[in-house]
Write a new protein. Structure first.
Length: 192
């Protein structure tokens, strides 16, 4: 019974029993260079190249207070616009209350990886989560979008934290564009 409960809790929380990957390789496609991101030597590193596994020579600059959490860093490939990819790296601090989030992408022409965002941020959207920045991956209509905005705990919409000044990564050129973010789920909008 206890094993079933634990498995149910892990699945419902979206937590994997598998250890987090220490590195990710994202293949080149649709005009975007290949990208490798890895946790190595007390830091987070990235590299881009025409294809295959890229040498990681760019230190992504994880602040000292987050370096102890590199062993628990979560690396995730996020496909955006059905043709481009962004890697999200989330590193907890030693208290597990704060997280350092880095969004990095392979460039659209030969060169260094593109660091799209790096900073203390919340990725859960929980009303009581610390941090003024909010990084979310939103799925709408079968596509995924990466949204970054500022959060003010005093500003709410239907009891949920609101994202102020939201920006979305545009898959066409991997730049930030202003975004309108729907905070109500489809069922809630339909029932309103």
């Amino acid at each position: 019974m206890m094993r079933l409960l634990l498995a149910t809790l892990l699945l419902s929380a979206g937590v994997s029993a598998q250890p987090a990957p220490r590195s990710l390789q994202v293949p080149a496609r649709s005009g975007q260079q290949a990208l490798t991101v890895e946790v190595r030597g007390g830091s987070l590193w990235a590299g881009s190249c025409a294809g295959g596994s890229c040498a990681t020579s760019l230190d992504l600059g994880v602040p000292e207070k987050f370096r102890q959490g590199l062993g628990e860093a979560k690396l995730e490939v996020i496909e955006i616009g059905g043709r481009r990819s962004v890697v999200k790296a989330v590193v907890p601090d030693q208290t597990r209350e704060l997280t350092w989030v880095t969004l990095v992408a392979g460039p659209l022409k030969p060169g260094a990886p593109m660091v799209l965002f790096a900073g203390e941020a919340d990725t859960t959207g929980a009303p009581t989560a610390p941090g003024k920045s909010l990084v979310q991956v939103i799925e709408e209509g079968g596509e995924r979008f990466v949204v970054v905005g500022q959060r003010d705990r005093e500003v709410h919409l239907c009891g949920r934290p609101s994202v102020l000044g939201p920006r979305v990564v545009d898959p066409a050129d991997l730049s930030w564009k202003p975004a309108k973010v729907q905070r109500l789920r489809r069922e809630e909008r339909t029932g309103a």
